[in-house]
Design a protein around this ligand. Structure first.
Ligand code: FUB
Ligand code: ZN
Length: 647
């Protein structure tokens, strides 16, 4: 019944080189991916156990066995089941590159637990099974009813499908896949355009992406049709709203609205269905929505979602810093979406947004030791924000565990006779191009240094192209829109060479395409100069007016309390033209580049008069903040006293 993964007549034209074929051994990503594998994944499983998330499956299973369970207390949230699913997905990716019998056995025991909690017809949602007579207030009185659109039954199913596809692809075992397919088959009966079917849209998207993955794995067209149905039914009848992206049908949407994680998953699901069916209407819609986000709703850190009340998008240019939402899950969703847009269009501008999000607003979601997390990722703190070891609503840690192992899968892509180099990270990759095997080895200290050497080793001398991405930040374009601009001009040129001979920087969709006869041992040399850059926001962004941010390479910096006099940073003024220098500090925050110079601290004297004193100033990478206790932090620094936060 199972077909080879990815064998569909339509698919993304630009295909990623799978993370299993890319081995990073650099000083930046390799240790983080290892911390995720060795620390965060077991830690998150432990938290799921400790917080009763595994027990929910046990209790649902007991109810199904007809046992009279003493404790019918419902899970805290209807989506608590998704946390073990997500961590299992991450663990599966980790297993795919590093087999570990102990982890495999643990996953099998969890899968047995999930299977036992699944109702005979395939329904799997412990919060209803534990006590069907007293449904949670987010859910309808009977299965699936979705009023007021908050049911998470399909959200839970979506995460189960994602985990099952990952587990099957990593291990070849079908135990979790069978659980997922049983539920997917039930959904195919229950939902659809038929008169005896339910015409409801999911209360929270992700089932669309999950179904697309099941389609890839099985080749069963019903799953793809259902994914498409769940997109098309959204907004097709009254009762929809912007929060759920259901006021109007997704194909007619042109603006990012509502809950940001839901939105990011919807747009990713639309990209999947578009790629797998060839439907251009979805592409037009997500292209327009992307223009809106990249041009008006994207934080400098790549975070999305500026309104805490709805965990979602606000009006154009409304990007407050202290109350930024920028949920970690939304950064993950933003990266899923941008990766898919690249795979549709082959344009580096999506990789620019992907990279910005990855190194900044996504990576900030987890501490350096892998055991504490941010849910919102603010860009300014008065000292009250801190990472947390876990959350009641624990969506973000699980998303970190499943995203980080797949980072190597975003480094390269291919289409026809072209290999795309999208991200820079030390390591090697084995890329199949028709009947050839090409080994690429990157040597670089990126993101701290822009010197990159790529050794090309085809198994036989042959002609193909390597498209080298020249990041927007290296071309004086921090984002592919006018939302942000560099206040200064970098005059140091990007240089590119093959075997030491210069190659002209002729850009095509953000890439320089080097089409030649490649022989083993050829070397591409790329230098992306990384001076400290000052960034300004579009004047329409009230929150950043009169303020400046610092960026070096793909990394956004912030000033944090331990590095600045008196533990204060919100009183800092960093005037234009003040010289700044960068240096690598191996002993700080696991080794980071820092930016230092002089700034002015604004204080009040005894009479309440503001005083400006010159003082030392230091900034660290934004992703690394909040690893040394609570205190002030600021990304957008005042350029003059008039915009400083009064002490
Ligand atoms: O509703 C499920 C998840 O919980 C959402 O994606 C997060 O924003 C949090 O609300
Ligand atoms: Zn979250």
């Amino acid at each position: 019944m199972l077909s080879a993964a990815g064998l569909t007549s339509h698919d993304y034209p630009f295909r990623p080189v799978p993370f299993t074929a890319v081995h990073l051994d650099d000083a930046f990503w390799a240790p983080r991916i290892e911390t995720n594998r060795a620390v965060t994944i077991p830690y998150a499983f432990g938290k799921c156990e400790e917080s009763g998330r595994m027990d929910n499956f046990e209790r649902a299973a007991a109810v199904l066995r007809g046992e009279n369970i003493a404790n019918r207390k419902l899970p805290g949230y209807p989506f608590d089941d998704t946390d073990p699913y997500k961590v299992l997905e991450g663990a599966s990716y980790a297993l795919a590159v590093q087999p570990d019998p102990k982890t495999s056995a643990y996953l099998d025991s969890l899968i047995a637990l999930f299977a036992a909690a699944q109702e005979p017809d395939g329904y799997l949602y412990t919060i209803r099974t534990i006590d069907p007579q007293h449904p949670n207030h987010w859910d309808g009185p009977t299965r699936w009813l979705n009023d007021p659109q908050q049911s998470h039954e399909l959200y839970d199913a979506g995460h189960l499908f994602e985990a099952a596809a990952a587990h099957y692809q990593a291990t070849g075992e079908t135990n979790l896949l069978n659980v997922a397919l049983k539920e997917a088959n039930l959904l195919c009966q229950v939902f659809g355009p038929g008169t005896n079917q339910l015409h409801l849209w999911p209360g929270h998207e992700i089932v669309e992406m999950g179904l697309a993955k099941l389609y890839r794995v099985t080749g069963d067209r019903r799953y793809l049709d259902l994914a498409r149905y769940f997109i098309d039914v959204r907004g097709s009848h009254p009762g929809g709203d912007d929060y759920h992206q259901s006021r109007i049908p997704p194909v007619d949407q042109t603006e990012a609205v509502g809950h940001a994680v839901r939105a990011g998953y919807l747009y990713s699901g639309m990209a999947d269905v578009a790629a797998l069916t060839g439907d251009r209407d979805y592409v037009h819609a997500i292209d327009a929505i992307w223009e809106n986000v990249a041009g008006k709703k994207l934080y400098l850190t790549g975070g999305i979602g500026s309104v805490p009340r709805i965990e979602g998008f606000g009006p154009d240019y409304s990007l407050p810093n202290r109350t930024a939402y920028c949920e970690t899950c939304a950064a993950v969703a933003n990266d899923y979406w941008n990766a898919r847009l690249f795979e549709l269009h082959g344009d580096a501008r999506y990789v620019d947004v992907f990279e910005r999000t990855l190194y900044n607003g996504l990576l900030s979601g987890v501490s350096l030791d892998g055991t504490t997390f941010f849910y919102p990722n603010v860009l300014e703190s008065d000292g009250t924000s801190a990472r947390s070891p876990w959350f009641g609503c624990a969506c973000c840690p699980g998303n970190i565990t499943r995203f980080l192992p797949s980072v190597p899968g975003y480094v390269y892509a291919q289409q026809g006779e072209t290999i795309y180099v999208n991200l820079y990270a030390g390591g090697n990759a084995d890329i199949k191009l028709d009947n050839r095997l090409i080994k690429l080895t990157q040597a670089t200290r990126y993101p701290w240094d822009g010197e990159i050497k790529i050794t090309v080793a085809p198994d036989k001398t042959s002609r193909f192209a390597i498209a080298v991405r020249i990041p927007g930040w290296a071309r004086n374009e921090p984002v592919p829109s006018d939302l942000y601009r560099f206040a200064d001009t970098n005059t140091e040129p990007v240089t590119l060479s093959v075997n030491g001979k210069p190659v002209g920087i002729k850009l095509d969709q953000g890439y320089v395409r080097i089409d030649r006869l490649w022989k083993p041992g050829d070397v591409i040399g790329l230098n992306l100069p990384m001076p400290v850059r000052r960034v300004m926001a579009n004047d329409k962004v009230n929150a950043d007016r009169g303020r400046v941010a610092l960026q070096r390479g793909p990394i956004v910096f912030c000033a944090e309390w331990p590095d600045n006099p008196g533990g204060k940073v919100r009183n800092l003024v960093l005037p234009d033209g003040q010289p700044l220098t960068a240096r690598f500090e191996p002993g700080l925050l696991n080794g980071v580049e820092t930016i230092a110079g002089k700034a002015f601290g604004v204080t009040k004297d005894a009479n309440g008069q503001l005083m400006k004193t010159e003082q030392d100033f230091k900034a660290i990478p934004y992703f690394a903040w909040a690893n040394r206790g609570k205190g002030e932090m600021e990304v957008w620094l005042a350029e003059s006293e008039s915009s400083v936060t009064p002490p």
